[in-house]
Design a protein. Structure first.
Length: 338
């Protein structure tokens, strides 16, 4: 039976998605913007099988393959997406899937973005729903239905916007600029490579319990416009300021939700202070962002990479770094995993 393999990047959001307006259709409470990360990739191979069960094996960074069970709560969204896509197709055959990540999962490096965009894409190809795969807007809507909003942004090249909307048809991804547009980089500074304690799907449900949530949503449309403009004009200072502002606004919502969600550790705080000091004292234009995790994303231009890496070497909290250029979106490869 025909085998397909796709690779998908994770991404870092400049305007974050935290909270939903529709928890069934997974429509984000606000539109959001990101860039794809060239060194944080998931590769997934799939083919139809005569087996009685779907078979899913996943290998995280530096680990062995583990078989996922549909009974495990954490794999619910994945098996639901398989079932949903199978129903759209003319097949009722089960599927065999192997997937691997080349970066630490669940540490605030949007592993769900690369995993779910790769999974959805490979399923659409395997179940011969190629029209849905080839049409990026449709693909992004199919990815949204798996529950990971950040995954929606990974299917297109470069800098991508995920529009909120009022229903299934009006909430999808669009491209702002492709991966060749700007030599921006994201250096991920890993200060904690363990699994995060609160999943982002739970976080999205808690977001509205924060009294800052409505104010955040009100502020966002202005930030969205400014962010898109900064990307198109390659204005690092403007993009960096908006990114930090939006990140801190999301973190405030996280910290003040009930119960409170705190992902940062002392390494995260030390990096924020360092970034402020490098800008002020060393004239080094680098800006921070965090997702649902302790690890910092340091946004700058390629020409400042060596300087930033040299500075990072002096920080005792950093376990490793991952250097990302702006990447393409989901793509088909022939590097099958089985
Ligand atoms: O895509 P999810 O459901 O894992 O949520 C992602 C949330 C953040 O990474 C914190 C923000 C974002 O927009 O990427």
């Amino acid at each position: 039976m025909k085998k397909y393999t796709v690779t998908s990047p994770a991404n870092i959001a400049f305007i974050k998605y935290w909270g939903r307006s529709d928890h069934k259709l997974f429509i984000p409470a606000n539109s959001n913007i990101s860039m794809n990360l060239s060194s944080c990739l998931t590769t997934t191979t799939a083919c139809l099988t005569d087996s009685k069960e779907d078979e899913v094996l996943v290998r995280f960074h530096n680990q062995k393959y583990q078989k996922l069970s549909p009974k495990d709560h954490k794999s619910k969204a994945l098996f639901a997406q398989i079932k949903r896509i199978r129903k759209l197709s003319k097949y009722n055959k089960k599927v065999k899937i192997y997937s691997q990540n080349n970066f630490p999962a669940d540490a605030g490096i949007a592993s769900s973005a690369s995993s779910f965009s790769a999974l959805t894409s490979v399923l659409l190809l395997t179940y011969e729903l190629k029209d849905l795969f080839n049409n990026k807007k449709e693909l992004s809507k199919q990815i949204r239905l798996c529950g990971s909003g950040s995954a929606v942004r990974s299917c297109m090249d470069g800098f991508v916007k995920f529009k909120t909307g009022k229903d299934h048809d009006s909430s999808f991804a669009t491209q702002i600029a492709d991966h060749n547009h700007w030599d921006l980089i994201d250096i991920v500074a890993i200060v904690d490579d363990k699994k995060k304690k609160v999943s982002s799907s739970l976080g999205h449900e808690l977001a509205e319990t924060s009294s800052f949530f409505n104010q955040r949503i009100k502020d966002i449309s202005k930030r969205m416009k400014a962010c898109e403009k900064a990307i198109l004009e390659k204005d690092l200072k403007k993009l960096g300021e908006i990114t930090e502002e939006d990140c801190l606004s999301m973190i405030s919502v996280m910290m003040t939700s009930k119960p409170s969600v705190i992902y940062w550790n002392e390494g995260s705080i030390s990096l924020i202070n360092s970034v402020y000091s490098w800008r002020e004292n060393d004239n080094l234009p680098v800006y921070f962002s965090f997702d649902a995790g302790a690890n910092a994303h340091l946004i700058t231009e390629k020409k400042y990479q060596t300087k930033v890496l040299n500075k990072l070497k002096k920080n005792p909290f950093i376990k490793s770094t991952i250097i990302n250029n702006v990447d393409k979106g989901t793509r088909i490869t022939n590097k099958h995993l089985f």
